[in-house]
Design a protein around this ligand. Structure first.
Ligand code: SF4
Length: 361
């Protein structure tokens, strides 16, 4: 155990975050929080966690729910494969583990959606097994503490930090040690402007001693953003809205959207729309109303989405045919709240609720 560990643990005891899953360390709560907090800011993660456990009190409740309801409760968190895997894992736990979250590192690794990081987090925080957890906060913290001159995105850097984190783990105190490191990285040793004067382990920080804090960790290569422009039709007929479901293996798999497609440079959104819609769902439409474009992003993609409220063209085909969709449905406006949507369609819907109601009359 390194000399910095005791001050770190004392700081955590006095100033660690008060989080809902830290009240009882119930393995179910720890598991849900760990999956939700990947790629999610803490405040947002806490709000989703509280809503989730109000609806799904335990593993059995998750296992018994439909995938659509799981996705609905995940809606807005992104990275929906996490939710689908969580659902599958809950069903395995219900079938093979008596409806409990196992707390053994190796057993956890056998479950869908649980990799080495999540297994270590659950095993140490819920099960108090002596395994070290290395997340983005811990990577950054150790890169500074030990003045590691490699980008943290590099495999060698991660391996080095994993060795250091495991080597300094105080036996029998993995729960506190791992959470203390994650909290210190999230609250004090932040990506920008770390609060070194408030840091309980500043005396051991090599980057601080050498004046390299501002250049640690070294930046890795970033993927250049890809800009996409898409169109989508909110087709209204007989008071219902047409939705199609994305295939399970696609991005946003299992979520619902409006038919449309991607534009190429030079395409006019309103001119291109009918052809894109016909190809996507076999319906011939005419535009009734233009919705102000919305934008959203996923991974390195930046999407501008042009939406239009449409009707089926008189005399055009009325039977949908969606070659790339998992399913389609005509849905009453009052039932839309039951369907999970990716960010783009969700923003379009929010922008046009009144227009849709008027059009469907
Ligand atoms: S002294 Fe500063 S850079 Fe070093 S670990 Fe503490 S907050 Fe991070």
């Amino acid at each position: 155990m390194g000399a910095f560990v005791q001050p770190l643990l004392t700081w955590f005891r006095l100033q660690g975050r008060q989080l809902p899953w830290r009240q009882s360390y119930d393995p179910y709560h720890v598991w849900i929080s760990e999956i939700m907090l990947q790629q999610t800011q803490m405040e947002r993660g806490v709000a989703y966690f509280l809503r989730w456990v109000r609806r799904f009190a335990d593993v059995q409740a998750v296992a018994a729910a439909s995938e659509q309801e799981i996705l609905k409760y995940w809606e807005g968190l992104g990275y929906y494969a996490r939710a689908r895997n969580l659902h599958r894992a809950a069903r395995e736990m219900a079938a093979h583990f008596g409806g409990r979250v196992p707390c053994d590192y190796q057993t956890l690794l056998s479950l869908p959606g649980i990799g080495p990081y999540t297994a270590a987090a659950i095993a140490s925080v819920a099960g108090q097994q002596d395994v070290a957890v290395v997340d983005a906060n811990v990577l950054r913290l150790f890169a500074r503490l030990f003045d590691i001159a490699r980008p943290v995105s590099e495999r060698q850097c991660r391996a080095e930090v994993e060795t250091l984190a495991a080597g300094h783990l105080p036996v029998g105190q993995a729960r506190a040690y791992n959470q203390a490191l994650m909290d210190l990285g999230g609250l004090i040793c932040t990506p920008k402007r770390p609060r070194c004067t408030d840091c309980p382990i500043a005396a051991w920080c090599l980057a601080r001693q050498r004046g390299t804090v501002s250049v640690r960790p070294l930046p890795g290569k970033r993927r250049a953003p890809v800009y996409l422009t898409r169109v989508a039709a909110l087709i209204v007929a007989d008071g219902r809205l047409f939705l199609q479901q994305r295939p399970a293996a696609a991005v946003w798999g299992g979520l619902w959207e409006f038919p449309g497609g991607e534009l190429v440079e030079g395409d006019s959104p309103s001119t291109a729309l009918p052809g894109k819609v016909l190809a996507a769902c076999g319906l011939s439409v005419e535009i009734r109303q233009t919705i102000p474009p919305v934008s959203h992003q996923y991974t390195h993609h930046r999407v501008t989405l042009h939406g239009f409220i449409c009707r089926i063209r008189a005399g055009g085909p009325r039977q949908p045919n969606c070659p790339d969709a998992a399913a389609w449905q005509w849905v009453a406006l009052a039932d839309l709240h039951r369907f999970p949507f990716p960010a783009g369609p969700r923003k379009l819907l929010a922008a046009v609720r009144q227009g849709l109601a008027a059009e469907s009359c």
